[in-house]
Design a protein around this ligand. Structure first.
Ligand code: FUB
Ligand code: ZN
Length: 650
């Protein structure tokens, strides 16, 4: 999409400014080890987690020969720098900032210096033993890191026209192409963590060079053909330890148990799955391959219809940061990694390129406004890795099975994949609002702003005026200066029980097609579309196959899932129930949590009469005032309990 968007949404402008003015500079300091903060381990008491410092920029300086020392951090430490650079690219696309550009250009120079003469780019092996490269792919993340670099490079090139960064990316991709593929003498394998496939496809889109598409396809189609691939490499390997223990994970962890086109369910590490699916869907969209699309659809359905939390989080267990089985969605031991929700948003975006179904945009919205956004504190400087739906801080502290479930966001994490992923998502939000097809434009997200879609015979301009996500009304001004008609598909969110739509003041009662109402705007004309959505507060129930949510209810308004916190509702939140006939009040509170819509009602709290552990005496019921806040804003007022699914009382 060759569009230009200016986001004016109050809600999103705050976040985008926050990322530009707080998060990106803060990350820069962290990457350079000058932030003066305490970096936390993802899991308490796990000695295997490097967390004293980031050292990410220093690794590049050592690899470039500017300084001496050794590599520190995860094998994928380089990717923190690349994701930062990608976020900077989008940020500069939105608003030029010479100081930030200078930092980016210096970083690009440093990366180019760290690149080997033949194009190979990975500080871990450049520092610790280049002869061992590509030989321990289960945990080395070499292709994962280069994939992130290629994504950053394409983004930077597209934002600024910088040829140097694109040349470095091509050189890296060419090195990979020289070393991997079906030909004799090349490695018949792939990275333990999918990502290079996404990068290569982006490189293909910007260069139009089919060798990058073919290489991405090779990696995707090769995965799972030889489930022993990582073990075979590990048996021969005697180089530096590149997360070698990971090879003992089950084949499903790497989506390596069978060829992707035969995979019926989403198995293993959740981020890997959705990154794989993102590339697979991009490939299907780019080639029109129906079989590949079928695989995308199967995995999409399994993830979103049987394995996704109501917040859009995915990954039910900390063990392997993985999916488990259909309908297994525990609320207090889950993983729901921020990166996984972001990856699901990437996947949804690619699926929208294949077919105009609002279910993709619905899931995108759910994951965006809930799980993904919860990954960052309102100050833009504290981050969650995992996003629970139920937290008791004492249990997190004392129960080892919950040591990954943090009750407050740390300043930074030893494994820092999530914060820069959020930064690149929020700064590139423009790319998720619309899907442009030959004769249609889908409006997937309601985000105030103005976008221009240039075409050969003119421009289509869309201006969205709305206070969404808080408000229920969206005004769309469409100007079609092309000769041809354009069909504007307005998404009707699945959560909206009702809506009213009018075009130039006249009610439009057409039924939505796959969740979009289409309005034709003739060539060289304009149209004003008004949409009003039913955002009344709704109760949601999980399928009864979800044993953890039986008898429970959660509430939502518009795209937001709500929760209760201890600071508003006292301790022992599980003793609270929501009466089936409770009436809700909704009020905007501009003073609270940077401005949120608050929901209040009367609930019931069970209180033991008897202090003994077990008693024949029934606890008494007390009426309590309940205050719900949007899930994304929890844990911004200190350490306390939080609960999304409440018992429902009759
Ligand atoms: O392996 C790289 C990243 O680190 C993964 O995507 C995250 O889940 C974390 O394990
Ligand atoms: Zn992450």
């Amino acid at each position: 999409m060759n569009t230009k968007t200016n986001i004016t949404s109050k809600f999103w402008s705050r976040y985008r400014n926050l990322v530009r003015t707080e998060m990106i500079p803060y990350q820069w300091k962290v990457l350079n080890d000058i932030a003066g903060i305490k970096i936390e381990k993802e899991r308490l008491n796990d000695d295997g987690i490097p967390s004293e410092k980031s050292h990410a920029i220093e690794n590049f300086k050592i690899a470039a020969g500017r300084t001496s020392g050794t590599h520190y951090g995860w094998t994928f430490q380089d990717s923190d720098v690349y994701k930062w650079l990608e976020a900077v690219a989008y940020s500069l696309r939105e608003k030029m900032d010479p100081e930030l550009e200078k930092k980016a250009l210096e970083t690009i120079d440093l990366i180019a210096e760290a690149q080997e003469d033949d194009g190979y780019l990975d500080t871990f092996y450049s520092i610790l033993g280049i002869n061992y490269r590509y030989q321990s792919l289960a945990g080395s993340h070499e292709l994962y890191c280069m994939g992130h670099f290629i994504e950053a490079a394409v983004a930077y090139y597209e934002a600024t026209g910088n040829e140097k960064v694109l040349a470095v990316a091509k050189k890296a991709a060419d090195n990979i192409n020289d070393n991997f593929g079906p030909e004799d003498g090349k490695i018949h394998g792939y990275d333990g963590h999918e990502e290079i496939e996404i990068g290569l496809l982006r490189l293909y889109h910007v260069t139009n060079d089919s060798k990058y598409l073919n290489l991405a396809k090779y990696f995707l189609m090769e995965r799972g053909k030889n489930p022993d691939f990582f073990r075979e490499q590990a048996e021969k390997y005697d180089g530096p330890d590149a997360l070698s223990g990971i090879v003992k994970m089950p084949d499903t962890y790497f989506q390596n148990h069978k060829p992707i086109l035969e995979q019926e369910t989403a198995e293993g590490h959740a981020v890997r799955v959705v990154y794989m699916c993102t590339a697979l869907a991009d490939l299907a969209a780019s080639t029109g391959d129906k079989e590949i699309y079928g695989a995308c659809k199967r995995l999409w359905d399994d993830i979103t219809k049987r394995r996704m939390y109501v917040t859009g989080g995915i990954g039910s267990t900390v063990i392997g940061e993985s999916f488990t089985l259909d309908y297994d969605l525990p609320n207090d031991t889950m993983y729901c990694e921020t990166c996984a929700a972001i990856g699901l948003i990437f996947f949804a975006r690619q699926m929208l390129r294949i077919e105009p179904k609002a279910e993709y945009a619905d899931v995108m919205e759910r994951a965006l406004y809930n799980c993904a956004l919860a990954g960052m504190a309102l100050d833009g400087k504290h981050f969650f890795y995992v996003n629970p739906l139920e937290v008791n801080p004492l249990k997190s502290l004392k129960d080892p099975t919950k040591s990954h479930v943090k009750p407050v966001r740390p300043s930074w994490l030893g494994c820092a994949c999530c914060p820069p992923n959020l930064a690149r998502l929020i700064t590139s939000l423009d790319d998720y609002i619309y899907t442009e097809n030959t004769d249609s434009i889908l409006i997937n997200q309601f985000i105030a702003g103005q976008t221009e879609f240039p075409g050969e015979d003119g421009v289509i301009s869309i201006t969205q005026s709305t206070d969404y996500p808080w408000d229920d009304s969206v005004e769309l001004a469409i100007e079609n200066s092309r000769d041809n008609d354009i069909n504007i598909g307005v998404r009707i969110p699945a959560w909206a029980d009702g809506y009213q739509l009018s075009v130039d003041g006249t009610a439009d009662t057409k039924a939505p097609e796959d969740g979009y109402v289409y309005i034709t705007v003739k060539g060289n004309t304009t149209a004003k579309i008004s949409l009003k959505l039913d955002v009344s507060i709704k109760r949601y129930y999980a399928n009864t196959a979800v044993s953890n949510d039986i008898g429970k209810v959660t509430i939502a308004r518009g795209p937001f899932i709500y929760c209760i916190e201890g600071v508003d509702n006292g301790d022992n939140l599980n003793s609270i129930s929501l009466p089936v006939d409770a009436q809700f009040e909704y009020e905007w509170d501009s003073e609270l949590l940077n401005g949120v819509g608050v929901i209040t009602t009367t609930g019931l709290k069970l209180v033991s009469n008897n202090p003994t552990l077990y008693s024949t005496e029934k606890p008494k019921e007390e009426q309590v005032q309940l205050k719900f806040i949007p899930y994304y804003a929890w844990a911004n007022r200190g350490e306390n309990e939080m609960l999304v699914w409440l018992h429902e009382s009759h």
